[in-house]
Design a protein around this ligand. Sequence first.
Ligand code: SF4
Length: 368
Amino acid sequence: MAPNILFLIIYLNLSMRNNKIFSELILKWYKTNKRNLPWRETKDPYKIWVSEIILQQTKISQGTKYYFNFIKKLPNLKALAQSSEKEVLKIWEGLGYYSRAINMLENAKSLIKKNKEFPNKYTELIKLKGVGEYTASAISSICKNEKKAVLDGNVFRVISRVFNIAEPINKNSGKKKFQQIASKLLPEKKTGDYNQALMDFGSTHCTIKKPKCEVCPVQNMCKSFGLQNINLRPVKIKTKKLKKTRLLNYFIVIFNNQLYIKKRSKNDIWKNLYEPLLIESRKIITKKIFKDSFSQSFKKIILNNFKLSGNTSHTLSHQNLEIKFWTVHVLKLEEKKENSLLKIDIESILEYPFPKPILKYLNEYLIT
Ligand code: SF4
């Protein structure tokens, strides 16, 4: 056998053995350090899916409350499919990324219509709306031990340090490399436990700041520890995104103890949630501007005045919002027969899903 082929075989064997040792050490660490999370007590793919989608946008502490509430109200796929968009958005209220909740509802309706259960196989999961590689890998490995590696921020960090990878994690070539390594590290059995173990290990042990290197079970294999460049891993290319700032003027129009609201229907932030009457403008808003803006809804509206009653800023991932709330004193009001406004009793406000800053205002000024 040629020496270079022999060398390659020895190298591959060694690397496979190291991969096995790594996964065993991580699983051993998990046995004593596993976090007790409610969705870890089940193999029901529906419940794991709910937890995964919720945790995509929030920390575990906050996500746990949403998970319990979601499962309590909609304990299975059928219950979700039979619920209304308003109910689902109400449960999701405050979490943000509302399209994810709408996707969940659409998936549930479509699966039930086809007489299907919620899937646990990667190839089926990946077909669902809003389910990407990460979520499909997580669910299929946890529920069926499918050999699918998950890559979240914690896993990227651990792998980048243990293997001293300088490729940026937010570049396609980098992601590909991490995916290859993560797949090779997967054990033959207990893939679900291992995936969760690696995420926990990154989250509580190999942390961004102050990783516990001195008591680390994989310290001997950790290249970055040896090279003392832990703080430089993982590498991420900084992308400068200029956030646009919008000014939203909300008008609290109450007449006969009823509040006028509208459902947001455009492809914009907070789609399908409810809001008071809105004028998005930087101009000084006069009575005329107000009347013109709502001329399609009101046949007649006589205002005494409106005054600023609340002011807040809200940051979304891609835009900053400056929000002003105006209390409107209405003397007389007549609606048009056909209009897109909704009149709701003050007492029933909490039945409607509102964006977080609006709900906060309504809670402070109208409900309490
Ligand atoms: Fe992370 Fe430190 Fe362990 Fe390396 S030695 S895996 S950097 S905790």
